[in-house]
Structure formats: C-alpha cells, structure tokens
Design a protein around this ligand. Structure first.
Ligand SMILES: [Zn+2]
Length: 185
C-alpha cells in the first residue's frame, strides 16, 4: 500500500506532467499539465478520532490490525468522507469500528501527523472528547480488539505521535475541568 505521491501523468488527458512552482515561485512544487491545465494541488487529509470515556473514567482504545502501526493500540477514528463534518465523522467511525453510539463533548484539538510508510502523506486530525450514548462495544472493521484503559495505566505503544499528544492534552483538559468542578462545589 503506497501513499498518494505526485502524479506522473495527467488523470484527465494522460499527458506527462511537469513539476512547477505555482502560483508562488518560492512555494511548493506541483504537478502541472501543460496540455489541459490540470494542477495536482496538495492538501493534508482530514481525519476524526474520538477519545471516548466511560462512566469509570476509562478510555476506549482499539488494537490495529492494519498497517501502519499494525498491532499497536490506537484512538478509534478514521478518514473523513467528502463533505463530512468531523463531528459526524467521529460518530460514524466509532459506530463502524466499535459499535458504540458516542456523544461528542468537545474538540480536544487539531493535530498534524503523517500516515503510511516512507514518510507517508500529511494528515490533519480532529480529536474529540466523547461520552458513550448507546450501543455495546465490540470490535468491527479494521480493529482487532477493544479495551478500556484508566488514564494513568495506558498501554506503552500507542499508534501515531499525534494521538499521544492529543491524549495528553485531553487528560490535562479533564483535570482542569475536575478542578473547576471541585472549586464550584
Ligand atoms: Zn491534462
């Protein structure tokens, strides 16, 4: 499985593409078709993931059965469909991968990462704090196993550096929220 690198030929008219720095001569190089004007613009691919907490304060992680990070624990989520809001994406992915209906509580943050081998492609990840709204957790799709982890007893190998940062941020936000709740009591 290779990531989507630059096209060599125009996907519309099959002419060979040229590498050109447009519109900014100092900007990134793009593949351009001088026959029909096609330009391969690059973007980071958006994903949405859910940090789902149960009533005991544990976090749901899924063991990956696909590359990259085969066998590692992961925050459930996936690539967005065209036109899909990341909040809808996270609900859909969680339903597909875990069988759970989740309630999106807040955006933890937006994190950059890469996906795939040889550097992979750029991804832009939306991480949401979620609660369980219904359903029963059971591994589906590209997930081998599901398990709930206490925040202070997380597995050592968690896939994607961005997920580890998001989990740390989520924990910090959660502690802050608990402190505030205690102060208001
Ligand atoms: Zn063309």
């Amino acid at each position: 499985m290779s990531s989507s690198g630059p096209f060599l030929f125009c996907p519309y008219c099959r002419a060979e593409l040229e590498a050109r720095r447009i519109p900014d001569p100092n900007g990134p190089e793009r593949r351009v078709c001088s026959a029909c004007g096609f330009v391969q613009w690059g973007n980071s691919k958006p994903t949405a993931a859910g940090i789902v907490e149960d009533e005991a304060g544990r976090v749901l992680l899924a063991r990956r059965v696909i590359h990259p990070f085969h066998g590692w624990w992961d925050v459930p989520g996936g690539f967005l469909e065209p036109g899909e809001h990341p909040e809808d994406g996270v609900r859909r992915e969680l339903r597909e991968e875990t069988g759970l209906e989740v309630a999106v509580e807040h955006l933890v943050g937006v994190y950059m990462d890469t996906y795939g081998e040889d550097g992979g492609e750029h991804i832009l990840n939306f991480y949401y704090a979620c609660g369980v709204a219904g359903g029963t957790a059971g591994a589906n799709d590209d997930v081998g196993e599901l398990a709930w982890f206490a925040p202070d007893a997380m597995p050592e190998r968690i896939a994607f550096p961005s997920a580890q940062i998001a989990l740390r941020d989520w924990q910090r936000q959660r502690q802050r929220q608990r402190r505030r709740q205690k102060e208001n009591r």
